[in-house]
Design a protein around this ligand. Structure first.
Ligand SMILES: C[S@@+](CC[C@H](N)C(=O)[O-])C[C@H]1O[C@@H](n2cnc3c(N)ncnc32)[C@H](O)[C@@H]1O
Length: 290
């Protein structure tokens, strides 16, 4: 279960963020959602779980391709948004539940594909959540994680995390790509394959949809007074795309895929999204965490 302070911060932020978050262009970005869906290899037989589903945009994207999608999230206001979105889109194959993702309230192997986007940096123990995702994923199914991947450079990673924590107090820690891959390994998943894309955002628009503590938005870490590039994207922003999908022989376990994206905002740069898809290589269902 989420720690009490973390739980309170999540509920406080995401109750208030529900509307601005779910209407933000970067969050609704169709191309990014398509990339995630494609990288996952979802098909019409898949039973999908969206972990910390927020306003249900990821669940909706998967609902177009899968048999059924369940979304779970701690914040009732987010689940409300998700239900409205599903109704507006006319989905009849999605279900949303208010609940904590640690532990997940589902049996072992209940889903063939388990996905989570932009949530791992909010978890005090992301490894435990990933193990839960593996537990509820059927053997041979796929586990997909999309999240901020910070620089491997410790000082840059720390600066990013400091800034994000000031901007959004429910932020815990974004991991580097190597750390995310390490979580996969320790959860018993194969090495994920990496795909990159870029999502751009500006500091002001990020600030406009979160609720920093008093004075925190003006901290040097968030809005540096010295930088001329204060609120704009740097000209050198790069978009990297590396995508490797391995073919899957019929009847064989799927090979892992992983994608990352890089976002550069204001005077900072940080890698923003890592969506790792990996096969669940357990051959038997387990009753506990993998
Ligand atoms: C940044 S939003 C991402 C929402 C959605 N996955 C998306 O990409 O659009 C993070 C979400 O994680 C949820 N969350 C954080 N910790 C959680 C927990 N322990 N259990 C369930 N949901 C949690 C929050 O309520 C919030 O809706």
């Amino acid at each position: 279960m989420a720690e009490p302070d973390n739980r309170q911060a999540i509920l406080d932020q995401f109750t208030r963020q529900a509307v601005p978050f779910s209407t933000a262009p970067g969050i609704r970005d169709e191309e990014a959602l398509r990339l995630l869906v494609t990288a996952s290899g979802v098909g019409p037989a898949d039973i999908v779980l969206d972990v910390a589903c927020g306003p249900g945009l990821v669940a909706g994207a998967f609902a177009r391709a899968a048999r059924h999608v369940t979304g779970i999230d701690l914040t009732p206001a987010m689940i409300e948004r998700a239900r409205v979105h599903a109704h507006e889109q006319g989905f009849d194959n999605v279900t949303f539940t208010v609940g904590d993702v640690q532990p997940l309230p589902y049996g072992a192997g209940a889903f063939s594909l388990v996905v989570s986007r932009f949530a791992f940096h909010h978890f005090p123990d992301p490894g435990a959540v990933l193990r839960e995702m593996v537990r509820v994923c059927a053997p041979g199914g796929r586990v997909v994680v999309a999240d901020a991947a910070v620089s491997p450079h410790p000082a840059r990673a720390a600066a990013y995390n400091r800034m994000e924590k000031l901007r959004d107090p429910s932020h815990v820690r974004a991991l580097s790509l190597a750390e995310l891959a390490g979580l996969f390994e320790r959860a018993g998943l194969p090495v994920p394959v990496v795909t990159r894309c870029e999502l751009r955002g500006e500091v002001e628009s990020l600030l406009s949809r979160s609720f920093p503590g008093p004075g925190d938005a003006d901290a040097e870490n968030v809005r540096p007074r010295s930088s001329p590039a204060r609120y704009s994207n740097p000209a050198d922003a790069r978009s990297g795309t590396v995508s490797r999908r391995r073919s899957v022989a019929p009847g064989r376990r799927r090979k892992p895929t992983c994608s990352t994206s890089t976002r550069r905002c204001g005077p900072w740069s940080w890698s923003s999204t890592c969506a790792g898809t990996a096969a669940n290589r357990q051959t038997r269902r387990t009753t506990g965490a993998a």
